[in-house]
Design a protein around this ligand. Sequence first.
Ligand code: GLA
Length: 393
Amino acid sequence: MSTLFDDRTEELIQEYRQRFEESPLFISRGPGRVNLIGEHTDYNDGFVLPVALKRDVRIVLRPRSDRQVRVYSVEFGESGSFDLDAVRFNPDRLWLNYIQGMAQSLEEEGIRLVGIDAVVSGNVPRGSGLSSSAALEIASAHAFLIAAGQNGVLSGPRIAQLAQRAENQFVGVNCGIMDQFISELGRANHALLIDCRSLEYRLVSMPEEAALVIGNTRASRSLASSAYNERRAECEQGVKLLQTALPDIRALRDVTSEQLEAHRALLPQNIYQRCRHVVSENERVLQCVDAFECNDLDEVGRLMDASHKSLRDDYLVSSVALDAMVAAMRGAEGCYGARLTGAGFGGCAVALVKPGHEQAVADAIFEHYPKATNIWPEVYMTKAADGASAEAI
Ligand code: GLA
């Protein structure tokens, strides 16, 4: 019996039976994520500290004897299909492209897949900075692997890399590795320190006294993708300019705050500020791990606050809505610290909160955030959950 056996899975199975007139044999799951600290560091070879969420994408499925893939998406109320031998971008079914891209990425790795009949459903809010895309990619990876009898042949970090490749090359979004990595490798009650250069990782136990509250600004993220690519280019420019004095650096990961200050004159002001964010954020991630390990949650909160300020003032990826959300959270009793999470420009903020004070933080959000923005937010209270899984039903 699946450990994922709850009402949501039961509904998914019913849906499958109605669509395909038989029962699914397997279920796979990929969770969303919230990043505690380490923003815009992954594509600079740096450090991140995310947690996997209970909110996830689930796929129930049956292998087929041919190479056809037929999928029904509950949230979109749409069916889509493709042939594993003729995978091409589908402009009419954007959600299907994550599944197609994942299939292609696995086959390029030498894994021979079989077709599947599948129903997919998720409760990670879409377009909110909680990585619904990575959740779908990772759930798809495990759906294909278990259907092909290939569960366990790839390491977790490798699956994350293949999912990132699907998103970069097939879907066409130039993201880093963080979202896919934590969706694959997260663990209940733990955050994951990921070294995005070596892909080494370490579980960081979340103290009992730490709860998370996520505030969804529900503000449009229309600038997000163009600005994301612009920031990546600015970081690369920073590295090139700094290399004239520091020839051994390969990425901003290799630069210390002292080096950055010493060579500040090499950089235009805007590039200097982008670099200052990344360099200081990497340092904050490692300090934050130490603080968690010493159970010093006031220090974790201070680092989260500093991260938000740096994203707002140096990296310029906050927004009026995100600043209002963070201010509402910080004004509540029991909040250690709060910051925007994910790429920015809208989406969500995360607060570290004393257990028992989650509702007070939620109340403060509902009281203050709509006044500042005219937008009604959503609030999720959450704990760190397990990463991806796949099993027989
Ligand atoms: C998005 C990307 C990640 C990461 C964050 C910013 O979520 O998908 O790879 O770059 O933005 O930290």
